[in-house]
Design a protein around this ligand. Structure first.
Ligand SMILES: [Zn+2]
Length: 97
């Protein structure tokens, strides 16, 4: 009988829901300051997780949920990679030209 595979779970920093790690996006705070989106899951550093719900990203960027998680003031520039990723991959795509 195969063993049950343990699925690691993490909490989204915005909504707090526990979700299997593989379904979350990981962020890493680099020592230089900027937050990077860790698409490989292998970047070293302090990590934070967000689920793929646009509302959560809005909270993370606009309401500073990521800042609270990293316990650090983040500038607009530090959050730029997060916003870029959000706009490219998470934000509801509208048919604007
Ligand atoms: Zn969430």
């Amino acid at each position: 009988m195969p063993k049950n595979r343990h699925v690691p779970e993490r909490s989204c920093v915005a909504c707090g829901a526990k979700t299997p790690k593989a379904q979350l996006i990981r962020f890493v705070r680099t020592s230089q300051g900027p937050i990077i989106v860790d698409t490989t899951g292998k970047e070293a550093g302090r990590g934070a997780y967000l689920c793929r719900i646009p509302d959560c990203w809005e909270k993370a960027i606009g309401k500073r949920a990521l800042e609270r998680s990293f316990k650090k003031d983040l500038s607009v520039k530090d959050l730029e990679p997060v916003r870029t990723y959000y706009e490219a991959n998470i934000a509801p795509q509208t048919a604007t030209q």
